[in-house]
Design a protein around this ligand. Structure first.
Ligand code: Z15
Length: 793
């Protein structure tokens, strides 16, 4: 009875000694407890890595408490939930972020000091969780942070790849890919749910069976795989709410292949069982186009099926009428990758819940929203009919993933204003004419918790000091308050010192990574992002070659007026993307020449930062003076890197593409360096073909590369072909002149430190709108129709 249960609950609570305490002494006790009993190391002898693990486990315990309470509360209040479905999440490291969001950073620092450790040193022991490729995946991670912080009852669903995005190593200037077996040393941030499992079916046939006179379609699968849940708590900042990111791993199913056993083929049947685990083994490393890959389709369906079974089970625990589904559940498709969800939920409602097609269809039409992150129609996923037909015989109805998503979603979101216009007028023009009301846009954002508080502690302190509050950490709009102090010389001096400190951190990293010594007085000019032709890293490198060429031809007197530059480039190329790999090699070839030219010295350095990932970004972005976002107009759907640089007081050199257009609206075009063709000019320029005007300097740089000035003459010819007049799809040649002008304008501004710092402050002050908190609030109110639900303390 009730009394018995209450007594039991009280006893449990007293055994737990209440909830975990966060004073430094309790933290120390817990850390040592984990050294001894979790790590099974002696408390008298453990190294930094073991200390990190024990520390992480003590944080995990605290996360689990809040995560439990949050979910009990969500359940109790029966609030409508958002399920965010994404095949990629780039979470990066968790330790600092968790401790900051839990609000116990200082206590931990003190606890560790007394044990003879430094928090920052232990934090460096953590590897990145790289379960994604680029912008889309990091944007998913930022959105999870904002969903938790804003108290939305949300769940993330994804795949627990055993191999994350490859590690990039550079050998002789060439990219090599190494497997990222990230779970090798254990992962304290996940909770294995051995009892949360679902069977996922593949292949086989569809048969019609007669059920009491009614003909039913039944899928007889050829193969069954088990999905096991791994939960990753996501803590909000300044709230108790801690939401869940549930990632699925594939395990062999317990449905034995009886036939194989009976025929005595025991060993082979075990080997076959093991093969099923391969489904969640590896993340596909292209951040576009996975056309026609069977394993990729298997991953997508495995993910979708497990997630939906879980979602429907949870719904049915509290409801018995599917008409209530749209009031209780919002399903968000992050790009087309999870769009099989639509066909799968129809299958569940029709085949398993027997709702009938039209009733099911009506429900399904009210629950999905879809965000597309791409511009070009060719980038959209298509699945060959025969592949889908054999793998999922009951789902074969539509195979253009975007079409499926648009038809069945109530909202189709673009990721910036410009992107949305492209969707309406080009990519999905026909659909837009049919259903104009479906098409919306919600401009991307990034979380200031990760991109200022975690990655730039000195700027964080400075902001709080001058704004007189820490409230900007939950409300980035308050950053506009920095404008009030822009004329204050003390403030400007402190701002400059913060930038210098971060440049120092970065310079040290560069020296250890590449052996190149850089001057802190130089302008740090950074372009870090995936390598793509449309992002035009080649334009940047050509600009550097031009700069080098000018320096070589300059007399000593003129050289004294030149602003020294450290050009920093970083990013991964998809393993099969030949041209992108050649761009990386060219960057190294130019660096080799320039950096070893004693005559040039500190006036110009070029460094390639290998293995660009979230934790490297945390180091690089705060240390940048200038950053480049130079895609051909109309090709970058949004771009989120620019927002991180903006927040960190870094000036932008950019084209009017994606989110830059909106950054200009906030910042004013005087406070950044804008260049290049506008989106409406691009088509016309392309039509000109070989009649297109290209500056002489461009032709000269191209000639230098072709003639072998940087070595590897033959290897670079095909790269040069891609930008030859008449073939220059991304318009490097025609934008080169205005690119050089923008670079000259940046040089000019840099020699007026006061002006530069003002621009830097105004950049950070304009970044509030690009917080993912704003993005998430817009989605929640307009698209998902969900309300905050704060778990009381
Ligand atoms: C990806 O990272 C993006 C788009 C895609 O279609 C795929 Cl498959 C991967 C990026 C966009 O290129 C970028 O402009 C945008 O900011 C980001 O998604 C987040 O929306």
């Amino acid at each position: 009875g009730f009394g018995e249960r209450k007594a039991k609950a009280e006893r449990m609570f007293s055994l737990m000694d209440g909830f975990l305490k966060n004073d430094p002494f309790s933290l120390q006790k817990d850390i040592l407890h984990h050294v001894e009993y979790t790590m099974a190391r002696s408390r008298f002898s453990f190294d930094d890595y073991e200390a990190y693990q024990a520390l992480a486990h003590s944080v995990r315990d605290r996360l689990i408490e809040r995560w439990h309470d949050t979910h009990i509360y969500f359940k109790k209040t029966k609030s409508k939930r958002l399920y965010f479905l994404s095949l990629e999440f780039l979470m990066g490291r968790s330790l600092s972020n968790s401790v900051i969001n839990l609000g116990i950073q200082d206590q931990y620092a003190e606890a560790l000091n007394q044990l003879g450790f430094e928090f920052e040193v232990l934090a460096e022991q953590e590897g990145d969780a790289s379960l994604g490729n680029g912008g889309l995946a990091r944007f998913s991670a930022c959105q999870m942070d904002s969903l938790a912080t804003l108290d939305y009852p949300a769940w993330g669903y994804g795949l627990r790849y055993e191999y994350g995005l490859f590690r990039q190593i550079i050998v002789d200037g060439f990219q090599h890919e190494q497997p990222d077996y990230w779970l090798n040393f254990g992962n304290p941030w996940e909770i294995e749910r051995i009892h949360v499992t679902y069977e996922v079916k593949f292949n086989g046939t569809v048969e019609e069976v007669d059920m009491n006179g009614e003909k039913l379609k039944v899928w007889i699968p050829g193969e069954t795989v088990e999905a096991v849940a791994y939960d990753n708590p996501i803590p909000g900042y300044g709230t108790k709410n801690t939401i869940n990111l549930r990632l699925w791993a594939a395990k062999p199913s317990n449905q034995f292949d009886l036939e194989a056993y009976n025929t005595g083929d025991y060993i082979n049947s075990i080997v076959n069982r093991q093969n099923t685990e391969a489904i969640s083994n590896v993340l596909y490393p292209d951040d576009r186009s996975h056309q026609g890959k069977e394993m990729r389709l298997k991953q997508q369906y495995f993910f979708v099926s497990a997630s939906l079974q879980d979602i429907i089970r949870r719904f049915k625990e509290a409801h018995n009428n599917f008409d209530e589904l749209p009031e209780q559940v919002a399903l968000h498709l992050n790009d087309t990758h999870p769009s099989l969800s639509i066909a799968e939920i129809m299958r569940i409602l029709v085949d398993e819940e027997h709702l009938g097609w039209s009733k099911a269809w009506n429900i399904v039409n009210k629950i999905f929203s879809f965000t597309t992150h791409t511009v070009v129609a060719e980038g959209l996923e298509k699945i060959p009919v025969d592949l889908l037909g054999s793998l999922l015989p009951r789902h074969l109805q539509s195979i253009r993933m975007a079409n499926l998503s648009i038809v069945c979603s109530h909202t189709v979101n673009g990721v910036s204003k410009l992107h949305s216009n492209t969707l309406k007028t080009k990519t999905f023009k026909d659909f837009y004419e049919l259903w104009p009301e479906k098409f919306q846009y919600t401009t991307n954002g990034v979380t200031q918790r990760r991109w200022i508080v975690v990655s730039n502690p000195s700027l964080c302190a400075l902001l709080s000091k001058w704004l007189g509050t820490e409230a900007w950490i939950r409300n980035a709009d308050l950053l506009t308050g920095l404008r009030d102090h822009v004329d204050n010389t003390t403030f400007r001096h402190e701002w400059k010192m913060v930038k210098r400190l971060n440049k120092m951190r970065l310079a040290e990293y560069i020296e250890t990574m590449s052996g190149v010594k850089v001057s802190l007085d130089a302008m740090f000019d950074v372009q870090v992002k995936r390598i793509h032709e449309y992002k035009r890293q080649l334009l940047n490198i050509f600009g550097i070659i031009h700069r080098y060429d000018c320096l070589k031809n300059m007399d000593k007197n003129d050289r004294r007026k030149v602003v020294p530059r450290v050009c920093i480039i970083g990013g991964k190329a998809a393993p099969g993307y030949e041209i992108a790999k050649k761009i990386i090699k060219l960057c190294h070839a130019v660096a080799e020449k320039v950096n070893n030219d004693a005559d040039i010295g500190d006036l110009l350095k070029l460094v390639f930062i290998p293995d660009y990932n979230v934790s490297v970004a945390e180091l690089v972005i705060p240390g940048a003076d200038l950053s480049q976002h130079i895609s051909t107009a109309g090709h970058e759907a949004s771009g989120t890197g620019s927002m991180k640089f903006l927040m960190n007081g870094c000036l932008l050199l950019a084209t009017a593409d994606g989110s830059t257009v909106e950054i200009i609206e906030e910042l004013g075009s005087d406070n950044l360096f804008l260049f290049g063709a506008k989106v409406q000019e691009v088509a016309e320029l392309r039509e000109k073909g070989s009649a297109l005007k290209v500056p002489l300097q461009f032709a000269r740089v191209l000639r230098m590369v072709r003639d072998g000035y940087f070595g590897d003459k033959d290897y670079f010819q095909s790269l040069c072909d891609t930008v030859e007049v008449g073939n220059d799809f991304y318009l490097l040649g025609s934008d080169f002149g205005s690119y050089l002008e923008a670079q000259a304008a940046a040089d000019k501004a840099f020699v007026e430190p006061d002006r530069w710092i003002k621009m830097s402050i105004l950049s950070a002050a304009a970044s509030g709108r690009f917080s993912s908190d704003r993005t998430i609030r817009e989605y929640a109110e307009r698209t998902w129709k969900i309300d905050p639900c704060q778990c009381p303390f």
